[in-house]
Design a protein around this ligand. Sequence first.
Ligand code: ZN
Length: 244
Amino acid sequence: MKYLIVSDIHANIEALDATLAAAGQYDHALILGDLVGYGANPDEVIDRVRQLPSATIIRGNHDKVATGLESVESFNHLARYAIQWTAATLSPLNREWLAALPAGPTNINGFVEICHGSPFDEDVYIFDDLDARRAFKAMRRPLCLFGHTHVPAAFRCDDDMEPIGPPRGERFRLPLDRGVSYLVNCGAVGQPHDGDPRAAFGLLDIEARTLTVMRVAYDVATAQGKIIAAGLPEVLAQRLAIGR
Ligand code: ZN
């Protein structure tokens, strides 16, 4: 069984399409939230995700604010401007679909669970060892996949907890040892923040017991042009080119 892992698409259809093309054969997609916000194609991204033949999808904080489930108060001015634009742009049907997405954590099988921020709170960021230790205590499966920070990261825990990597470069292959727990962020598809502008995603092979964090280049210029044309803040376009 092979899983495609996708998080933080952020209305970037160019990055999502490049990811789906690079993913090759897989059995089931895991979509870890933040389908919308920042980018110029929220409806196109939702349409594409809805068309995936087999997928488990959970919501992110931007999805909640875009659909009015949560107030915009927690957002900085850039995110706020973009999410208000998104709310006004979304088709009524897609807004309804987005608002109905479940909160994580969600168990996929006996081995894997997914969440947007952390397994103890969908909105909490996992950045450092301290956050990871808290997450390992809350995990109900040996492998927890998360997103939200837009920075690929991996931790392992058997007797003690330690960070792995970090997962950088075009292909970072992580063997999954038996009897060990793993907490992994495969990065952001549509808004990477680790200095690598390429879309980041993951492929999990259950039989081979490997998780590969991958990068694929996409048409950044087209995504930038659409952000500018939509009247969204220019910095949202500029930062796609530097992955920050
Ligand atoms: Zn996000």
